[in-house]
Design a protein around this ligand. Sequence first.
Ligand SMILES: Cc1cc2nc3c(=O)[nH]c(=O)nc-3n(C[C@H](O)[C@H](O)[C@H](O)COP(=O)(O)OP(=O)(O)OC[C@H]3O[C@@H](n4cnc5c(N)ncnc54)[C@H](O)[C@@H]3O)c2cc1C
Length: 398
Amino acid sequence: MAENKIIIVGGGIGGLAAALALLRRGIDVEVCEQSSQLKEAGAGLQVGANGTRVLYALGLEQALAEVCVMPTARELRHWRTGETWNWFELGETSARRFGTPHLMLHRGDLHAALLNAVKSLKPDAIALNQSCVAVSQTAELAEVRFQDDTRATAPFVIGADGIHSTVRAVLFGPSTPQFTGCVAWRGLIPISRLPDHLHRTVGITWLGPRGFVLHYPVRRGELMNFVSVVERDDWQVESWVVAGTTGELASDFAGWHADVQTLIGSIETPYKWALMVRGPMEMWSKGRITLLGDACHPTLPFLGQGAVMAIEDAYILAACIEKYFNDPVKAFARYEEIRRERTANVVRRAEENRAMAFEPRLADERAVADVVAMDWLNVRRRERLDWLYNYDATSIPI
Ligand SMILES: Cc1cc2nc3c(=O)[nH]c(=O)nc-3n(C[C@H](O)[C@H](O)[C@H](O)COP(=O)(O)OP(=O)(O)OC[C@H]3O[C@@H](n4cnc5c(N)ncnc54)[C@H](O)[C@@H]3O)c2cc1C
């Protein structure tokens, strides 16, 4: 590989967003992805206004409009009775307020939009079957070594290799994740399999004992994304690709409302993921090598912001590299300075949301309305989310 390219290890959402942001600034990249083909897990993703702001700045507005769902609202429901509360408005109201909309997407559709945009600027930007096993550097260059013992050198290397990052492990040693005691389930359901009253363009969170269920439509409304989290201590594998059974999922939500049972019964293959936490990193760059996204600040899914943080990172990192192209240490120091507090806040607030979702009183059917009123509706919601959605990664001075 030519030595003036920036190497990005990992072609997930964060890696492709970084490639696109750099190419748009006229900076050459090579994305090295371990998989033999590029595809994303079959699951949904919420992208808040802070994420769409960046994606639109990267030229993806039209591509996303073709595949997204713009939900009108988020609702809360009682796990047993099905009583419903309006939680907050989305749709046009939210788009007007924050400037860009809150979208619900199939992860594969977002990934494909990023991939097409990268390829339109550089058709051969992505190298497959390139599993990074080590990184090293001299004063002049960084080097990436792959499983087949080939090597590539570059002035900058970005580790966008996700929660089990090899680049992070080489630079900073292995991380020590702690199991949260929670297991997340996810699945997709063709919307045609569901009764009409479950076709609505809203995101619905069911609150109940020892867990919650969230579902929202994706892919132009053709699929319903299902995600649930339950307190369990018998499963500790942190992976998107481990299948469970609908029977096991149903037993985690036994006694919940008929709509929840209908959703669970309509999932072909549910997947389970043990939720782990890692302590925040004070810094995540060394010399010519840095990290982004889950590789440096994985976050629990209780705020729906993990991928969005990777997208914000990517935009700002590209701007820092452009400005300090001859000084990687300065570029990465500025990138970390801009991102440290923001990402730590998101990690912390996601953790706080976990406590709210697992409030023990939700197990008492008669207490749910009180908990909803106290914890979910009676907070100053505007202020609670403004800091998150108003953040504009595209206009931060570098
Ligand atoms: C249940 C659940 C629900 C979620 N919901 C949301 C949501 O609604 N909104 C949101 O914003 N976020 C959500 N997230 C978080 C989001 O999925 C992650 O934060 C996001 O995928 C991180 O992107 P990334 O690019 O950093 O890493 P990844 O998406 O993990 O990509 C890493 C890439 O690197 C490749 N790779 C790994 N190791 C190597 C190697 N050694 N060499 C080469 N390539 C390598 C991988 O194959 C992969 O392609 C959710 C997470 C979970 C678990």
